[in-house]
Design a protein around this ligand. Structure first.
Ligand SMILES: Cc1cc2nc3c(=O)[nH]c(=O)nc-3n(C[C@H](O)[C@H](O)[C@H](O)COP(=O)(O)O)c2cc1C
Length: 303
């Protein structure tokens, strides 16, 4: 009997819900045994978040400092590991980074096939690059990546996702759609589990190749690539400033966080729309370059 381990950290339960649908077909397969393990930070993070607590995780998330996590009660060997993670400030969430940097993760993941599953707003490209480096350092074999993003256009989720994180409210309001990933997309995640039942029966997990190709596992938005790259460069600078200002929770740090929040707001209201217009105008000349980048970020599972 093959053993599949599912690791995750989810605050509202959305990512856990995605994973439940993803692995439902595996759980019905009598040749497979699935084991869920929740990654728990030593000191729990709040949900819903307060404003300063939310931004206080920003520098450590960006610099991938991780956080302390509880040790997991695990068996020795698994045939496949499914790692569900959410994105915090263009980086894997702190508990996930903390876990992947632990000695337990390095032992567990060494030479094991790992499928990453992301449920986030819609900016995950840089986080996945960071995840790939964490998996490489742990000696894991990254075989596939599945990404589900929040419903509605980027411009709407820029409001609906933070509102959800800061208040716990997911409902649609005014002209904004409901926050989070659409219900039908979550239910459709079962297609990945169905495919895995077939591929695991053929021992494909040992063959160093993707198992979830042709299932629309990811949808890379070419328009967002440059935005993420620019945002991440600015994140690195601001994170350094906030870290220098003081320890998490300290008053000087709160002052820099407040300045940063104002900066971000002005940026979103001014530079971002200008950037969108410039990119639209430049698109015909950059089409080839963007296509190449999209193809890169779609790997390993593709569209
Ligand atoms: C501190 C914080 C930062 C976030 N940053 C991003 C981000 O950079 N990109 C993104 O697409 N989503 C971001 N999100 C949304 C999460 O990736 C995720 O969708 C949300 O936390 C719900 O997941 P969960 O309830 O299953 O944990 C962020 C959420 C939090 C709490």
């Amino acid at each position: 009997m093959k053993k599949v381990l599912i690791l995750y950290y989810s605050q509202s339960g959305q990512l856990k819900n995605v994973l439940d649908h993803f692995i439902a077909p595996l759980q019905e397969d009598s040749t497979l045994q699935c084991e869920y393990k929740e990654i728990k930070p030593g000191k729990p993070f709040p949900y819903p978040w307060k404003f300063y607590e939310f931004f206080d995780t920003f520098p450590e998330s960006v610099y991938m400092d991780g956080c302390e996590v509880e040790s997991l009660d695990l068996d020795e060997e698994y045939d496949l590991i499914i790692l569900g993670y959410t994105v915090w400030f263009l980086s894997p969430s702190l508990p996930i980074t903390g876990f992947l940097q632990s000695e337990q993760a390095k032992k567990l993941l060494h030479n094991k096939p790992v499928i990453t599953v992301i449920a986030c707003r819609d900016m995950w490209l840089i986080a996945q690059e960071k995840m790939k480096s964490l998996l490489r350092e742990a000696g894991a074999r990254h075989t596939d990546n599945v990404v589900l993003t929040d419903q509605g256009k980027s411009i709407y989720t820029f409001v609906t996702t933070p509102r959800w994180m800061l208040t716990g409210k997911k409902d649609a309001f005014w002209f904004f759609p409901k926050a989070g990933v659409a219900r039908n997309e979550i239910q459709d995640a079962a297609r990945f589990g169905k495919r895995l039942c077939t591929t695991l029966a053929r021992d494909d997990e040992t063959k160093h190749k993707p198992m979830l190709k042709g299932l629309n596992a990811v949808n890379v938005q070419g328009k967002l690539i440059a935005t993420e790259q620019i945002a991440h460069r600015s994140f690195l600078i601001w994170s350094k400033l906030i870290k220098k200002a003081g320890a998490p929770g300290s008053a000087p740090r709160k002052v820099v966080i407040t300045i940063y929040a104002f900066f971000l707001l002005i940026l979103v209201l001014t530079i971002v729309p200008i950037n969108i217009i410039i990119r639209k105008l430049l698109y015909p000349f950059r089409r080839k370059h963007i296509k190449k980048a999209v193809n890169y970020y779609e790997q390993p599972s593709g569209k």
